[in-house]
Design a protein. Structure first.
Length: 486
């Protein structure tokens, strides 16, 4: 993109310079005309956000929030800089009243989300009023006589620091703690495993879907691939706490020998770096074997089948592929998870992938708290210092991909709460992890083994027996570990 122009005094000429952006975001009015005010704002603030060619990064979130403002102004036949207090109140009321597209009777956004959108709009207006040719008082304090009035509000950031910030005076009250997402429960996890099995059941597919295949064998192979992909995604969400964008970036090459090294190599997002750093998360033996098995037994045969059909799949070394052999995108993963939630009958429950991440982080904080207490027997909860917590959270942050360990402070209370209920020892933790994994897979198998109208496929039975044998082996090894330490 063109940048500043510098005058060369020796030649009396002007030398233009350019600035390279990782990506730019196009924002259009509903009739297709570019909304260049929003586009220029996004270019101006891009250096403060993560910008990715694949999905737009965190700058895309700003673009999507501003697109709501663009659509409102289009509907009201307004210019962006013509917004006043009455229009703003109407736009905010629309954000609050919009219904959820898949959950009738539920709001699409909670109060915290609405406040984040309003803050983005205010930041845009504050930038726009400093640009030549636009009204200088679009937003401001009441004594400045702006079109949209702001007030000073007390705000507490994630580090507990109290600040005074400018806010729109008619923004909704913040969500209560009960509305905040927490770690996923055991019951919800098992329901999701059951939902993934129902979703992949050949009996749920209509005749049009079956007719896409040359043989019944190919049809069953695709159903089995989808089942294993969905179950492995649930497995990795639980055992790595990965973000959806990090899961879809997993590579097959880095995990071909996962059963030997027992580590999952993740690309860490949200670090605002030109090259995303990687982190290695330890995986239990069962999960590591299932990753390697998925690559060799399901992913490779899928690609081979597509090539036999004369297609040219382009997997680009990604672990998770669509049935067409292309890399799975973050948006596709989110759609698939929503469908699993629907098949699990959890439309009225709060079930999302970030809850797996909350569960993983809570577990890691809990385990590192235990290790710290074992090494410091004189320490108790009331005598812990911030420096003690920083050391614990710094170790956890290497596993979760957080750049600042203080952003994990809220998990300390969750960790202490769970420690008050469960008294773990290292060997018992091994057993519990094995049982947790086994319960998830048994939930999926129980759904797959329900009475069927057609004949039972022998390969499906062999697959189920392999899963049951894997569960038996994991629990047996864990029990041996417990008895050897008792």
């Amino acid at each position: 993109m063109p940048d500043v122009t510098v005058r060369d005094a020796a030649t009396a000429s002007y030398q233009p310079s350019t600035q390279i952006h990782q990506a730019v975001l196009a924002v259009c009015w509903p009739d297709g005309r570019p909304c260049f005010q929003v586009e220029m704002f996004l270019l101006d603030v891009a250096s403060r956000y993560t910008v990715r060619r694949l999905d737009g990064g965190s700058l895309r979130v700003l673009a999507s929030q501003l697109s709501l403002l663009v659509r409102f102004c289009w509907k009201k036949r307004l210019q962006l800089w013509s917004m006043d207090d009455g229009h703003m109140r109407e736009a905010v009321a629309g954000l609050q009243s919009e219904s959820h597209p898949r959950r009738p009777g539920k709001q699409r956004r909670n109060s915290n989300t609405v406040n984040q959108i309003i803050a983005t709009w205010v930041a845009f207006f504050m930038w726009l009023q400093t640009q030549p040719g636009y009204p200088p008082r679009i937003v401001g304090l009441i004594e400045e006589q702006p079109q949209i009035q702001l007030v000073w509000r007390r705000s507490i950031d994630r580090f507990g620091r109290v600040r005074q910030v400018l806010r729109y005076r008619y923004g909704p009250a913040s969500s209560t703690p009960e509305e905040v997402k927490g770690p996923i429960s055991r019951v919800l996890k098992q329901r999701l495993w059951e939902g993934s099995a129902r979703m992949s059941d050949p009996l749920t597919k209509d005749e049009r879907y079956r007719h896409r295949f040359d043989s019944e064998k190919e049809f069953l192979a695709e159903c089995e691939y989808l089942l294993k992909r969905r179950q492995l995604i649930l497995d990795l969400l639980e055992c790595t706490g990965a973000r959806p964008g990090e899961l879809v970036r997993l590579t097959a090459l880095a995990h071909r020998r996962c059963s030997e090294n027992r580590h999952i190599v993740l690309t860490t997002l949200k670090r605002r770096k030109l090259i995303d750093p990687q982190r290695s998360v330890p995986a239990d033996a069962g999960t590591a074997v299932r990753v390697e098995l998925f690559i060799h037994k399901y992913r490779q045969p899928l690609l081979a089948r597509l090539r036999r059909q004369g297609l040219k799949p382009e997997p680009k070394n990604h672990l998770f592929l669509t049935v067409k052999g292309s890399p799975m995108t973050e948006a596709a993963l989110e759609r698939e998870f929503r469908r699993i939630v629907e098949y699990a009958g959890l439309e009225d429950e709060r079930a999302c992938m970030s809850m797996f991440r909350h569960r993983y982080i809570t577990n890691m904080v809990k385990l590192h708290l235990l290790a710290f207490l074992e090494n410091n027997p004189d320490k108790r909860r009331f005598s812990m210092q911030l420096q003690d917590y920083r050391g614990i959270l710094k170790s956890v942050a290497t596993l979760t991909g957080h750049g600042d360990e203080l952003s994990l402070l809220r998990y300390i209370d969750l960790g202490w709460e769970e420690l008050g209920v469960f008294d773990y020892v290292p060997a018992a933790r091994t057993l519990i992890n094995a049982v947790e994994q086994g319960m998830n897979r048994l939930a999926g198998l129980a759904t797959a083994l329900r009475p069927r109208r057609d004949r039972v496929d022998s390969s499906a039975l062999r697959s189920m027996l392999e899963e049951l044998e894997s569960i038996r082996r994991e629990v047996s090894d864990a029990l041996d570990a417990v008895t050897s330490t008792c």
